[in-house]
Write a protein that binds this ligand. Structure first.
Ligand code: PNS
Length: 164
């Protein structure tokens, strides 16, 4: 049984994240969407809100029965070691992600080398999508409906309304 993790901030989950999760779920036995802490980002949504949104999205999809959501506050490699994880799956968009993702992959491997980091290419329409773009558009009252799963659109919009 091969278990992989899709780690990220998911602040909030976007169609781009869902695209990568679906691709991972087709290839591996178990997929853990791991809401982890990126110390260089201050979150809009709480960790609980992010997990709840991801759970809502996964529950809507028929082919994601092998996917579960967890949160973790610590080093990704410690989670990997303790949970029998074979690989980390991340999406790699256009050119912007390359340096940052390689830095993380190589640093993680330096810390612990009994796993692989795999980069998946998202669909064209998700290539330039990011949570920060969604937050930026949403916080100015723009239409984010093409960028996030429909079942969490209201939850996200409500958050922005309450913040403004
Ligand atoms: O969606 P993001 O913000 O690009 O995801 C980054 C994340 C959360 C996967 C990364 O910051 C992470 O792995 N955080 C856990 C702490 C850790 O292991 N940091 C060292 C990474 S080299």
């Amino acid at each position: 049984m091969k278990t992989v993790v899709c780690p990220g901030s998911f602040d909030p989950i976007t169609n781009g994240h869902l695209d990568i999760i679906k691709r991972a779920a087709k290839l591996f036995d178990n997929v853990i969407v791991l809401v982890a802490n990126n110390i260089s980002k201050t979150g809009n949504f709480t960790i609980e809100e992010r997990c709840e949104m991801i759970n809502t999205v996964i529950a809507q999809e028929t082919n994601l029965t092998n996917v579960k959501v967890e949160s973790f506050d610590g080093l990704l490699v410690d989670y990997i070691k303790n949970n029998n994880v074979s690989a980390v799956v991340k999406g790699l968009r256009a050119v912007s992600d390359f340096e940052y993702e390689f830095q993380m992959a190589l640093t993680n491997r330096h810390l612990y080398n009994d796993f692989e980091t795999l980069f998946f290419t998202p669909a064209n329409e998700n290539m330039y999508l990011s949570s920060s773009i969604v937050r930026q558009i949403g916080s100015f009252g723009g239409d984010i409906s093409d960028f996030v799963p429909h079942c969490i659109l209201d939850t996200i919009n409500k958050k922005f309304v309450n913040h403004n």
